[in-house]
Design a protein around this ligand. Structure first.
Ligand SMILES: [Zn+2]
Length: 91
């Protein structure tokens, strides 16, 4: 007779518990962590999941748009600065 720990489904969560020891719970199917500990690679929602999307303000697309707008504004300000310096030479 084999002990429980030697069964083929002996995979454990392994997350560090509050006590500092590895968690001994079995991982949720398809992830590496148990139902108590998320956060490991492969845990959580699949990429592109929109279940919690409310307004999209923090989607990668929206953030990339804001980044691009900021870059264009900085570029324009630098150009205006150059033009202003060319208009009124200091010496
Ligand atoms: Zn766990």
């Amino acid at each position: 007779m084999t002990k429980f720990a030697e069964q083929p489904h002996e995979r454990i969560c392994g997350a560090r518990t509050r006590g500092g020891n590895p968690c001994k719970n079995p991982p949720v199917t398809g992830t590496r962590r148990c139902r108590m500990q998320g956060g490991a690679h492969g845990s959580g929602a699949p990429i592109g999941n929109r279940n919690a999307l409310k307004h999209g303000l923090y989607t990668a697309l929206a953030k990339a748009e804001r980044r691009e707008v900021r870059r264009l504004i900085a570029e324009s300000e630098a150009l205006l600065q150059q033009l202003a310096e060319a208009e009124s030479p200091k010496g």
